[in-house]
Structure formats: structure tokens, C-alpha cells
Design a binder for this molecule. Sequence first.
Ligand code: IPM
Ligand code: MN
Length: 366
Amino acid sequence: MQATLAVLEGDGIGPEIVREAIKALKVIEKKFGHTFSLEYAPFGAAAYFTHGSPFPEATKEICDRADAIIKGPVGLAVNEMRKIPPEHRPEIGAILPLRKRYDTFANFRPVRLPASLAAFSPLKPELVQDGIDIMMIRELVGGIYFGDKTEGPATGMSYARDDCVYTREQVERIARVALAEARRRQCRLTNIHKANVLATSRFWNEVVEEVARQEFPDVDLVSMLVDNAAFQLMKWPAQFNGVVLLENMQGDIITDQAGGVLGSLGLMPSACIGPDKGYVEPAHGSAPDIAGQNKANPYSMIGSVAFLLDKCLGLRQEAEAVWQAMFQVLEAGYVTAELASANTPADKILATDRFGDMVADRLAAQ
Ligand code: IPM
Ligand code: MN
């Protein structure tokens, strides 16, 4: 296969973790006989300072002509971010516009911890000893994130307002994605909502249940209030094994909590898929406090590239090879600093680049 990939390294730890993901991609290229042309482009907070925009026009053009996009985390330290006008900060000025531009409505966030790595989790061993294998699917271009916003005293009274809107079409398409994914994963779907309070949640449930009944009668659909889901996730995460469906804002929060259950946000890759194009990104931020220190965990970024192979380019076997290589490194006892415990031998704690090298080596040796 020949594919053009836009590479947006982002800020903070972005460049160093993207570098390791590209190492894995190069091995895949050689091993499976593909050609990936990489086009690097500025994106994020640093891009605002160098190019006047966190999502410069030239970057948009590169993304438009790419088959898929690899995106690192964005954002700088608080005092740097303060120098950027709010509309040019990377969340509002880059990430949301990127999602909107390619209508990447389906955000896949795997929450995966094989039994052999259960010790990474801060939960009691008996709660995670059988491993966790949940695919969280978050709606990414609707809801309160994209509703109208009002700030300031328009009528003399000071207030702010964010509208939360979901249309039938928006809910139907994400429900279909989640239900289809559930067919590949034990036919179990947990639908998360706040229907005891929110009209959008009641509507969401109605549409999800209708699509399930009419098109996926074989999928076992369970609905759960979001506050209870937060509690249940800590109590017994494996009850969610299969697929979990969430709207945008609830999904943002619960997927970070899931990173906590795994023991590190560095274990949270993600893929954002639209009708024609997708991009991948780790589910975490740019960790400016450890940027440039060669100690960030590149797992989320390498896993995101595995996701890109699978979900954007249809290269399933290649994706699986990357996952296997990563799990082999972890199962051999190697970790990055944030996953180390008091009992981890010093020679098993890897720097970012060493972790990436090991993954690339195992991949090449497979
Ligand atoms: C995420 C992030 C983004 C979100 C921010 C940076 C806009 O937290 O991808 O989870 O809220 O969606
Ligand atoms: Mn988030």
C-alpha cells in the first residue's frame, strides 16, 4: 500500500513520543512492503507562536491531501498558554477545528490491560487480575462541545451559557459504530447517559435503543447512568468488557478515569474517525512538566499509530503486530518511569527512546 500521512508532532512531549511511533511505522513499512510518505506540519500552541495560528492554513492543506493524520498532544505550560488569546489556544483553535474539519465523530479509546500487566492498575489485584478489555467509543463532534456559546453580560446580567445539542442523525451514526464494534467484542454494549436530568440524554437513549432493536437485535445493550458508571468503573472495571458508548463530554471524563484505572494516561491511545478520513492521537495532554526529558511513555502514541493502521488504512494484521510488540516489551518487565513501582529494578525502567527502540526491535524480529 502507498499512503500519505500528515504528522502533527504537537507540543510538550509530542515530538518525542511521535518519534517513537514513527520508528514502529518504519518497521511496518519495510516488513509488510508498504510506502508511507510522511508530511510534517506545525500544529498546537508552539505553532501559534511560530505561524500565528495553532492550525495554520498550510497544515490544513497537508491534512486535506493526506490519507490519515498522526497527531501528538498539544498545549504548553500554563504561563505560556496565558500569552495566547483564548480563540487561538490549541483546544479551541486547533483540536476542535480538526475534529470538525474531518467530521471525526467516532472516537475509539481502548482500555486494555492484559492479566499479565494487572499490577499497573492502582486498583486492588483481585479487581483487575483477569485483565480489562473495554473499547470506549466517544461521540466527538456533537453535544455541549459544539453547541452555541455565550459569554458575558449581553443583557446587563452577567452569565455564560453552553448549549448541548444532539440530532437524530448524530446519535444514529455513533450508535451504529458502537453496535457494530460490539458485534466484534462479545456482543456487549454499555450505553452511558444522564437521562434522569438531561433531555439530550433521554433522546440519545431513545435513538440508541431504537437502532439496537432494529439493526442489532443480537447485541446485549445495557444502559447506565454516568455517575453510577464512574463508580462501577472503580468497583469492577471488567464488568464493562466489550464496548462502552458515551456522548462527547461524559466520554471525555470517563475515558480519563479509565486511564486512571489502567494506572497511566500514557496507556490511552485513541483514533478519531470520520466518514472520509481519520486521525489518531493519545487521549492525554502534552505533559509540559516532563517534556524533553526522554521519560514520557510512548505507548499511547505507538498504540495510536497501530490504530491508524487498522482503522484508517485497513491494515489489521500490521496493527496487531504493533500491539504484540508493545505487549511483549511490557510483559518482559520493562516500563517507563510513571509505571515503575518501588520493586521495579532500575534496569527495567526505560527512557522514551529505549522503549521505542525495543518495540521496533521486537516488531522487526516477529
Ligand atoms: C481529549 C482532550 C480534549 C477534549 C481537549 C484537549 C479539547 O481532553 O481529547 O480528551 O476535551 O476532547
Ligand atoms: Mn480529555
